[in-house]
Unconditional design. Sequence first.
Length: 364
Amino acid sequence: MKIKEITQFLEGIAPLNYQESYDNSGLIVGDENKEVTSVLICLDSVEQVIDEAIENGCNLVIAHHPIVFSGLKKLNGNNHIERTIIKAIKNDIAIYAIHTNLDNIKGGVSSKIADILELENQKILAPKQDLLRKLEVFVPKENVEEVQNVLFSAGAGSIGDYKNCSFQSQGEGTFLPNKDAIPKIGEIGKQERVEEVKIEVIFPKNIEKRLISEMKISHPYEEVSHQIYILDNVYHQVGSGIVGELKKEIPALEFLEKLKITMKTDCIRHTSLVKNFIKKVAVCGGSGSFLLNNAKAVGADIFITADFKYHEFFNAENNIIIADVGHYESEQFTKELIYDLLINNFSKFAVRLSKINTNPINFL
């Protein structure tokens, strides 16, 4: 099995265009056509992890955090990033990162935390815009079902918890084939009128190329009349953070004590316990302070994330409890998330979880 088969699978779940603008998810080092021996999964692809990959015969390292965020102008081994890249190249080890694109999907990093906390009624905390498109295509009446089914199979027509959603309107199409045309219906030089149906479907923009290709293959016309519209609609399946509810409310201090154990952290930095009980919980793996207003807007009792700065804690405004559990701690379950995705879909190679604790922060 080639590396690209694994990366294409992961990108089918967490498309690269879902990542934030500052991010660098994707294949960072290596040849996508290389055969995979075994895979090592980690949070950070640091030097010690590459050593671990060498020791275990793994030629593909899948990390949550990209080892390279911005461009490298030199590879002299003068810092840990350069040394890691050099070691990986020398030992023919590929490095792949699946970062904010995995953060930004339902079922991703924040969902994993929410599942571990046993939150119910989970929803994306801050859904994204500019990710949806609408396709309108005109189809002869007798070919509607065939073309529509192809659109659905390609991933179009999903709205929230509903699949195979479309709207159809009937009308009459007209066309006049010129001498270079190869008409499926009608004759060259003769005006034609055909009963047609306009099919309208919504789709995520990352499938556009494949969707249009498959639509054209299934359509009887050599020239397919269609339009694509950019939508401002919020895409509720993609975005930052998760909000959900506990099965029953828990006293705030008791919840924090359980959270400390669950997140395996030595320290939780938190604001005043302005809520006596915790019921509605917002979470975001990694640096999530930018979502505080979203957590307040949905009425969360507590917001669990990491990397809050001193002055940002004041923004709780006695309306919510902020619980900063630490960056590494909030993302520690991401390795298991990636591991489960791979072992449930591939069986031709070994998948290992890194045993290296890459957390650079220690507590006395």
